[in-house]
Write a protein that binds this ligand. Sequence first.
Ligand SMILES: NC(=O)c1ccc[n+]([C@@H]2O[C@H](COP(=O)([O-])OP(=O)(O)OC[C@H]3O[C@@H](n4cnc5c(N)ncnc54)[C@H](OP(=O)(O)O)[C@@H]3O)[C@@H](O)[C@H]2O)c1
Length: 330
Amino acid sequence: MEKFKAFRLTEVDKKITANFESCDLDALDPGEVVVRVAYSDVNYKDALAATGKGRILQRASCIGGIDFSGTVVSSSDARFTKGDAVLATGYDLGVKHHGGYAEYARVPADWLVKMPAGLTLWEAMALGTAGFTAGMAIVRMEQNGLTPASGKVIVSGATGGVGSIAVDALSRLGYHVVALTGKESETAYLQGLGAKEVMLRQSIDLSKIRPLDKALWAGAVDNLGGDVLAWMLSGMQLCGSVASIGLAASMNLPTTVAPFILRGVNLLGIDSVNCPMPLRQEVWRRLASDMRPAHLKTMAHTVAFDQLPTVFADIIDAKAKGRTVIDIAA
Ligand SMILES: NC(=O)c1ccc[n+]([C@@H]2O[C@H](COP(=O)([O-])OP(=O)(O)OC[C@H]3O[C@@H](n4cnc5c(N)ncnc54)[C@H](OP(=O)(O)O)[C@@H]3O)[C@@H](O)[C@H]2O)c1
């Protein structure tokens, strides 16, 4: 096979350098399946890894990209055959195993999901880890009793990748969605995705969070952590569910046990990386059917592979909106 292009992250003196290189198949990590990558994407974690703002890499040098979609070129595992459309998110991709920022990927068959009916290679990466995580949060809240009749569902970091897809998918399912954002200028964008209400983070007094406050939310999807997650917990209805996804604001959680022991609130941890395969397949099936976001083309923009290095800074600076798909073949 000819040489192909890859975007490699390397740690030198505790700093990350990120460069395109010419690679061959022998340089890829072991795995039963070789995939011609069509699209990858950029998640918060990819931006942390590529800029060195977070300690993401678990080896000295790794081809980046925690997600990819593409077509199977060869497989020594009977579950996959040449020509299958597949996607992969999470596991060790782009962290400990060469990832999706390359024209070819070689991965264990256990990490691959066959493309669900109705989803294109581009749509799979417009969703990517962000969409999968939003979908997983919704499924986990539903498993804990949430229905559209339960009441309002609030989504923090609403203009981000996970947030945008959560707003859209929940609206699609008939939920009354309240989008919580720091960007007043994006009110129309969030309403366009289906948010019934848009709430500004600046309008909340996070210096005075009571252990329990007025019960407003039946469900909550949190991308920020810290005070915002504590505030959401204090405002949950009886037996409400909060899906804790992210730490865009803080790793801390300054709360009390009151929401749990006095209102039976469920705090659901969402780990998209290690999600077991049966739940993983179920979430992707839902994302391709009843939960399918209606506005993927509005919220996702496509960037050519050679422009990849230009997209990370805006994500770290919280200026990015929606999703970034990387066209690996372009
Ligand atoms: N648990 C998992 O498996 C999993 C999977 C995917 C992502 N995550 C995590 O989930 C979070 C969101 O990921 P993403 O891909 O959606 O990221 P993203 O596209 O960068 O969106 C994050 C959003 O959070 C808000 N925000 C960012 N920095 C903030 C700050 N310092 N203070 C308050 N708000 C801030 C902004 O939205 P507004 O301006 O609209 O408020 C921003 O658009 C990240 O922490 C990511 O690491 C976890």
